[in-house]
Write a protein that binds this ligand. Structure first.
Ligand code: MV4
Length: 454
């Protein structure tokens, strides 16, 4: 097992990883920026090193500073968390060169899955259903013939992208050249890479992803789905498991497909295979995330296992336990992301001092957070300040438990999206499970009306 792990991240996930390490008797090193010195991850790690100023390019994305901190403290592994350097093939390769284990898959897997067009082609060759589309990137020469072959509407996506940047929906031949130029420019500005590929546009799909774990002995296990359809501007805000949209037969097929994806690239560690599910219950591979994800707790709650502990053990060459293949989801889990944003003012970020903070408690209620009363939310980072996860007997029980826990959650001094979550959970279509990716666009938030049903 590793003796000392450096956590190259901040916020709730850094704290989450520190807890997993403590339970495994692994020493921990936190790195923090100048504005994060009072954050709980820096407090609760065995050692903490300042790696630079608030600007993440100079701290949490500063590879030389992080590697120096690992060398100075004799860390034998680095956990990158999510975001920041978690899917940087360059960072993973530098860790390996410095003889520091990278708690993530190898450089080749990160690069393959990081290029969404290459990832799709790799997965298609493994016999997993992928969204119909171009085999490769497109240009102005071939885009018309490929789009006509697939049939409109089509969607243009950035090869280096993921998460909506550089994405354009195109309804007719007349719009495609301009959409291509726009997508390419946006992609170049965002990712330094203007490669664009093309897909059939799936009308009102659901986003369902499968968690997998893979050890270094060839064992790969599919750990069920998370329903992630409730997104605002391509940011997930509420996730749940199981999904109401799939039955046991489809669940097994999607799990098997996710394992096939992992097998075809000799995957190691924790990963997530994202699928779109269309209104006829056809599922298609969209992309694979080669990191632990924000929403991993909903899987942990329905399965009763610690994904980060198992992720770390996989990279320390432990075998996945035999019982893991027989795990069945129990009950229903929901996660609400608590963002410091004002839902009454176009989700404007709301940094500042938390003057009062009281977390909900009780049976099967979990709060993952790095903040506390008196903490100042910096304006330099992502606005997520906490995750509230509940586990209920069934979906209705979990929704009621979440509503009650949100009611108990007191955060004063800044705005949060807690009232927005309450209205979602009271929405008729949310309650019946009849929603698709257009849910949030069509959702009408009423300021000050969080306890009324719509
Ligand atoms: C799509 C799609 C329809 N057809 N691809 C990809 C990135 C993700 N954030 C949004 N993506 C979509 N890709 C095809 N071929 C629709 C979406 C989409 C979406 C997907 C999941 C959850 C919310 C969404 C909101 C708008 C569009």
């Amino acid at each position: 097992m590793f003796k000392k792990v450096l956590i190259a991240n901040r916020g709730e996930i850094a704290l989450r990883i520190i807890r997993a390490c403590k339970e495994l008797n692994i020493q921990t090193v936190a790195v923090y920026s100048e504005c994060d010195d009072l954050s709980l991850h820096a407090t609760f790690a065995d050692e903490a090193i300042c790696i630079g100023p608030a600007d993440s390019r100079k701290s949490y994305l500063n590879i030389p500073a992080i590697i120096s901190a690992a060398e100075l403290t004799n860390a034998d592994a680095i956990h990158p968390g999510y975001g920041f350097l978690s899917e940087s093939a360059e960072f993973a390769s530098i860790c390996i060169d410095q003889n520091i284990a990278f708690i993530g898959p190898n450089t080749k897997i990160i690069s393959t899955m990081g290029n969404k067009s290459i990832a799709k082609e790799t997965v298609r060759n493994a016999g997993v259903p992928v969204i119909p589309g171009s085999k490769d990137i497109v240009d102005l020469e071939n885009i018309h013939s490929i789009a006509n072959e697939i049939g409109y509407p089509v969607i243009l996506k950035a090869s280096a992208g993921g998460g909506g940047k550089g994405m354009r929906i195109v309804y007719s031949q007349e719009e495609i050249n301009k959409a291509y130029e726009d997508a390419k420019l946006e992609s170049e500005l965002s990712f330094n890479n203007g490669d664009i590929y093309l897909e059939k546009y799936i009308h009102k799909p659901r986003h369902i992803e499968i968690q997998i774990l893979a050890d270094t002995h060839g064992n790969i296990i599919g750990l069920g789905e998370r329903e992630c359809t409730i997104q605002r501007r391509h940011q997930k805000i509420l996730e749940e498991s199981p999904s109401v949209a799939i039955n046991d037969a489809l669940r097994k097929q999607m799990n098997d497909s996710a394992v096939d994806v992992a097998r075809t690239c000799n995957y190691v560690g924790a990963g997530t295979v994202e699928f779109l599910l269309d209104s006829n219950n056809n599922y298609y591979f969209m992309e694979m995330n080669t990191r632990i994800q924000v929403e991993h707790p909903v899987t942990e709650m329905v399965l009763g296992i610690d994904l980060i502990k198992h992720q770390i053990m996989c990279h320390a060459n432990h075998k996945l336990p035999g019982w893991m293949v027989n795990l069945k989801p129990r009950g229903h889990a929901i996660e609400c992301r608590i963002n410091a944003e004002d839902p009454g003012n176009n989700f404007m970020p709301s940094p500042g001092l938390i003057s009062s903070f009281h977390m909900p408690g009780g049976m099967n209620i979990r709060v993952d957070t790095h903040v506390y009363s008196g903490y100042k939310v910096p304006s330099n980072y992502d606005s997520m300040i906490a995750k509230l996860i509940v586990h209920g007997l069934d979906r209705e029980d979990a929704i009621n438990k979440m509503l009650s826990a949100l009611d108990e959650f007191v955060i004063e001094g800044i705005n949060t999206i807690i009232p927005y979550h309450k209205q979602i959970l009271n929405d008729k279509n949310f309650k019946t499970g009849s929603f698709d990716t257009s849910f949030i666009e069509n959702f009408n938030y009423i300021i000050g009306n969080e306890n009324e049903s719509n």
